[in-house]
Ligand binder design. Structure first.
Ligand code: SF4
Length: 252
């Protein structure tokens, strides 16, 4: 497996204290992506402050298991491991033996996903994952294909499978104008979350903290054309809470 980082003591990637593993490679291209170093499926050279380095390193399932189990003592309050990315589900075939072992060790498993993946990968996840943290991005099919390169019907079919499998899931909405944060898209989102009520929903404003990572890869991060305001966030939270869904405004 190719990963870029193992982040310990993570508090924002699921319940409790978690070890978050960032898998390298994504099938989408959200222009606001905060993890540009995780998009390519290959190792990548970067230059930071004149010093060269490589994003990505190979790790075996056994080595990764050892790294995760080092933190087991901190998982008692409901914590565990979270697989993130990139699109973490794309690595689930290779990860399956490890997922099996983690389950035998009673480690709670979360995955952060955009859920636009083939059915066979989701099927593996449904066997092992305790909590899905699912992004909601653009729900108009042609706009989604144009902007992020993802098929909305595939996404909706996958949500339906997670829901029907009685799995716990949280929705997470990155708010950025005009892509995800516009009236038509928000209305689509409100319909979706009423059909598939999550454990809770998290909204966050897209930030520019990844700018240096883009620079290190000699890429440019998109300009934010119009800021999502605190007022916008409060209104969206209030609108969603009308459906009896808990909303957290997150600072990711
Ligand atoms: S799905 Fe996530 S990792 Fe992939 S491009 Fe979009 S924001 Fe980045």
């Amino acid at each position: 497996m190719l990963i870029t980082n193992i982040q310990r003591f993570s508090l924002h990637d699921g319940p409790g204290i978690r070890t978050t593993v960032f898998l390298k490679g994504c099938n989408l291209r959200c222009p606001w992506c905060a993890n540009p170093e995780n998009l390519s499926f290959q190792k990548e050279e970067y230059v930071k402050d004149g010093i060269k380095g490589i994003y990505g390193y190979e790790i075996s399932g056994e080595e990764l298991e050892k790294e995760i189990l080092k933190d087991k003592i901190y998982y008692e309050d409901g914590g565990g491991v979270t697989f993130s990315g990139g699109e973490a589900l794309l690595a689930f075939k290779e990860l399956e033996p490890l997922l099996k072992k983690l389950k035998e060790d009673k480690i709670n498993i979360c995955v952060e996903t955009a859920l636009m993946v083939k059915n066979e990968l989701l099927e593996i996840a449904l066997n092992y994952v305790d909590l899905f943290i699912i992004d909601i991005k653009i729900l108009d099919d042609s706009y989604s294909k144009e902007i992020i390169g993802g098929k909305v019907q595939l996404y909706k079919d996958n949500i339906d499978r997670v829901f029907k499998a009685n799995k716990k899931f949280i929705f997470r909405i990155p708010l950025i104008k005009p892509y995800t944060c516009n009236e038509a898209n928000l209305n689509e989102i409100y319909s979706l979350i009423q059909q598939y009520p999550p454990e809770k929903l998290e909204i966050f404003k897209v930030h520019r903290l990844a700018e240096n990572k883009y620079k290190s890869l000699n890429k440019k991060m998109i300009e934010i054309q119009e800021e999502v305001t605190e007022q916008d966030m409060k209104k969206i939270k209030k609108d969603i809470e009308k459906f009896a869904i808990n909303v957290d405004i997150c600072k990711l």
